[in-house]
Write a new protein. Sequence first.
Length: 427
Amino acid sequence: MPPAADTTASPRTGARPQTERPSAPAKYLGVLFAVAIAAAAVNLRPVVTSLGPLLDPVRADLGMSSTLAGLLAAVPSLCFALFGFLAPAAARRIGPIAVITAGMGAITAGVLARSFAGGTAAFLLLTALALAGVAVSNVLLPVVIKRYFPEKVGPMIGLYSMALSAGTALAALVSVPLTSALGGDWRYGLGVWAGLGALALVLWLPVLIAKRERGERAGSAGAPAKLPITRSRTAWAMAGYFGLQATGAYVVMGFLSKIFQDSGIDKGTSGALLAVTMVIGVPVSFVLPNLAARRGDQRLFVVVLASFGIAGYAGLAFAPAGAPWVWAVLVGLSNCAFPLVLTMIGLRARTAGGVAQLSVFAQGVGYLISIPGPILVGWIYQATGRWYGPLGFLALLLVPQMLFGLRAARARHVEDEAVHPAERVKA
């Protein structure tokens, strides 16, 4: 139900029953909350995808070595894992809405400040600040959706995923032309994205004030019990599925344009093809979670998305210039495993507290799993000079991804699995 449902229905009296309707202020707050979630999601990828097209001038201006540029490519996954693990503790202390609001502030400050960085070290640190905001929001947005929209998890995850895909595609598409329009200075081209963060921050502040969340410290009646989450096979399967889909997504974002260019396709077209893989996720990310949430399990979607990926990678390996738009669409559909896994995280726990613990575990461990993939793909390409090996590796990786996904997609709850042996005996 929407956030407006936090307002309890009027108590029953002896009068005839009345239809329970939220008050007008509560209804408007619900709409504002949904818009704020979408605005936050839009900010979760431009920190990374706005930098890729501008990396060459950034490196040249800051004197960044190739080694440090490689480290910069690994920073997102490292930050997502590290700060993602810290998010639940912060949420228990001050509430998830407060943490997400602070995350929007960190994104805004980090993106704006790094555009004025005078050296590589400052640039990396400020990028890490922005990514810290992304990381905590990544983990906690599914939590607030589960808590405040418990009967609309599918549609709200769809809205969240669609907005995230839109932000990803927008930053990749317009960073270069936007920089040119602002005079050609990369500092303006990167710094302008702080405006999106500031807008999201402005939207979250009234939600924070209206909700007046308190931390779930020990002793409070609503404090969720800490689950031994590592005992849950579903949690481990979710982490594996999340990590392997993230591996494929980061490889595609980093190398797809190069694959098309090596096949003889010009830079402009190869950029458009990369944009297609991201844009296709916008409508699919809205529809897929709704469909997935209506089913008891999501195994069918796991298999279909993996099949799209295998077909797309095969086409890229053997005939990249033969039907490039088809391969781009297939790979983009395969990457829609991301909104699917977010939906499953929201469905595999009974409570918001369970979602929080599952979310941080799946995303934290998952992002750690994803770190070696892009590095290994780059090494295989450098060693062979061809894309058969890297693309074959990605296709093979979809097999364990599908197996993990089939286990994670079963209609189970982590609270039923992540219990101490003594508790299981009592049950």
